[in-house]
Design a protein around this ligand. Structure first.
Ligand code: SF4
Ligand code: SF4
Length: 431
């Protein structure tokens, strides 16, 4: 897609119908168009198949919202979520639509700070502010949202969010013992009952099996893509990979899976032809830590404009979302829910204690990606990831892995300082 023709589309009539603040929101598509052109379209030698994902961004506030509004008119539930622990298979089983609502923009934070305290994680504030300011069409199109009890900032925000949009909460235990698993399975069953009640549709063995297969296929496609991007030299940039992983949270699963496979086919050709986005000598960096929700491209842009390439994201908008699949061999709905819970229990978010498996997982991904240094990214005021960075640092010291811990928010103020630190880190890798 060329820089001159790319433009994020507006749809004021649709936004009006969704009770948005249309006047204010009308400024967002041109602003995001400019940012997207600078961050993504200026890259050289992108895979041709990225044009689909560029198109998803062009339609982010129009075409995809129309699809979701159309699903609602057909009586299908549209459910907003904030965490990869909420089992989307169950929403899919009743033919519902699941959309990730985590906020990655600083624009809505002043709205949130009219209500919430300032010193909490920017992701929570950004998402909450979108609803308060009526400046996110996804928040406006959902029938209800499903929060969880992962971190303190989120679980207390749901109580306030419920004043603006029906907010259900799923309890996620903070340990992974047998008794926690039993609680978790019960929570998944309650979630199923709630979704059945809201949608007036039953979750059956057949529709749940179809949903499990559909989402397993999506996760397998993402695994294939991530394996291919690990090749040296990199056939795709880290920025484009991050973008695809962000789009995974709002695109229709089947279409998304097909497009990811089409991209994988092209990457295989590129690898065979030695066609890469950067020379083999380019320093390779893996990023771990807190998720980067759309349009948070800050760290990747700094790394890749400083002469390195990002080769892996150990994050919920990254491998944590797709590294595990659900066992498809269950014979009853109860067994399916057990297998589903087992898969979700493998997600290694820092809100769990102990969480040793994450440290091993980071090392495994580091080795598989051919990275030469690890940057751990933590959103400001995210205590669990921030404290867990201590263990990552210890592991890196033991393994001789260059390590840099970064704490940041969504503002532009620290870009110069981050750039300096990232450049020094790249020099350290290069020796
Ligand atoms: S980082 Fe933890 S709380 Fe956040 S989306 Fe991932 S699993 Fe959920
Ligand atoms: S980044 Fe940390 S503080 Fe923010 S929502 Fe996720 S777990 Fe909570």
């Amino acid at each position: 897609m060329s820089q001159d023709t790319f433009a994020i589309k507006s749809d004021p009539a649709l936004w009006e119908k969704l009770d948005m603040d249309v006047e204010r929101f009308s400024n967002i598509p041109p602003m995001l168009t400019g940012a997207y052109q600078g961050v993504f379209l200026e890259q050289k030698n992108r895979p041709r198949a990225m044009s689909y994902f560029d198109g998803m961004i062009e339609n982010i506030f129009s075409g995809r919202i129309q699809e979701m509004a159309g699903a609602k008119e057909e009586g299908r539930p549209v459910v907003g979520t904030f965490c990869v622990y909420v089992p989307e298979e169950i929403v899919q089983a009743v033919n519902g639509v699941c959309v990730g609502l985590c906020g990655g923009s600083p624009g809505s934070i002043p709205d949130a700070e009219k209500v919430l305290p300032r010193n909490i994680c920017p992701m929570v504030k950004s998402a909450f502010g979108f609803k308060v300011g009526r400046i996110c069409p996804y928040f406006q199109v959902v029938d209800f949202v499903y929060g969880e009890t992962t971190c303190d900032a989120k679980k207390k925000t749901w109580e306030l969010l419920n004043e603006y949009v029906p907010t259900h909460v799923m309890e996620i235990p903070q340990m992974k013992r047998e008794r926690d698993k039993r609680l978790w399975v019960d929570e998944v069953k309650d979630f199923k009952t709630e979704i059945e009640k809201i949608s007036s549709k039953k979750v059956t063995y057949e529709n749940l099996q179809d949903a499990i297969r559909l989402l397993n296929d999506k996760r397998r496609a993402m695994q294939r893509l991530n394996d291919l991007r690990h090749h040296t030299p990199s056939p795709i940039s880290g920025k484009d990979m991050l973008l695809i992983q962000q789009i995974a949270f709002y695109d229709a699963p089947q279409r998304f899976t097909e497009k990811v496979h089409a991209l994988c086919d092209e990457l295989e050709e590129r690898i065979a032809q030695g066609d890469a986005v950067a020379p083999a000598s380019t320093p390779r960096i893996m990023v771990s830590g807190t998720p980067m929700a759309l349009p948070n491209w800050k760290l990747h842009n700094i790394i890749e404009t400083s002469g390195a390439v990002v080769v892996n994201e150990e994050s919920c908008i990254g491998t944590r979302y797709y590294k595990d699949t659900i066992d498809e061999n269950a014979q009853t709905v109860d067994e399916q829910l057990e297998r589903l819970t087992e898969r979700y229990m493998q997600i290694d978010c820092s809100c769990f204690t102990p969480n040793e498996e994450r440290i091993g997982q980071v090392l495994k991904e580091y080795k598989a990606s051919g990275a030469q240094g690890l940057i751990d990214y933590c959103l400001q005021f995210c205590h669990t990831y921030n404290i867990e960075a201590v263990k990552l640092r210890q592991m890196c010291e033991k393994e001789g892995i260059p390590f840099l811990a970064i704490e940041s928010d969504y503002s532009q103020e620290d870009i110069g300082q981050l750039q300096t630190r990232v450049e020094a880190f790249i020099e350290q890798i290069q020796g």
